[in-house]
Design a protein around this ligand. Structure first.
Ligand code: ZN
Length: 178
């Protein structure tokens, strides 16, 4: 078994994903897995022919790897499952609008469609700060959609960052008894 449990992904092909809501609900499950690791809660899955092929969640701190974003990890696993570098016809569901790095990876993977729940005004490379997946000058463009499960994803992110701020305040307010 690989260090993050991805070996189990090879049996994911029996899980059907019938709608964008179902896809994003599975991505939210992954975001919760990131939260359990004390990572920024972002999750992603890859669907091909209506079947779940791979999943991933943010592991940047856990793996000490700035590129260990949910989408990149899910793409790597999907490519391993399919046995090809290109995921033609795939839909990727991710809880947060992909950053520039992930949007670039999605483009290189020739993914057909990318669906996310909430925009990322600070890192989003698809609609907030750039249009990596839809710029007609790019070699490959994707269909995009957004909005399902947004309240749940926003609550997860808000809870994570509020907790971080609270802990930072508490550590600052701890009286120095030395
Ligand atoms: Zn990213």
């Amino acid at each position: 078994m690989e260090r993050d449990g991805s070996a189990a992904d090879r049996s994911l092909g029996s899980v059907k994903v019938a709608s964008d809501r179902e896809g994003l609900e599975l991505a939210v499950v992954e975001a919760r897995a990131a939260l359990a690791l004390d990572e920024v809660p972002v999750g992603a899955i890859v669907v091909i022919d209506g079947l779940l092929v791979a999943r991933g969640h943010n592991r940047t701190r856990t793996d000490c790897d700035p590129t260990a974003h949910a989408e990149v990890l899910a793409l790597r696993r999907a490519a391993a499952v399919v046995g090809a570098q290109r995921l033609v016809g795939a839909t990727v569901y991710t809880t947060v609008e992909p950053c520039f790095m992930c949007a670039g990876a999605l483009s290189h993977a020739r993914v057909a469609r990318v669906v996310w729940s909430v925009r990322d005004p600070k890192f989003g490379g698809v609609i907030s700060l750039g249009n990596v997946l839809t710029d007609p000058r790019m070699n490959h463009c994707c269909q995009t959609a957004e909005g399902e499960c947004a309240d749940e994803v926003r609550a997860l992110l808000r809870g994570f960052f509020e907790d971080k701020r609270r802990k930072a305040r508490e550590s600052t307010n701890t009286p120095d008894l030395s």
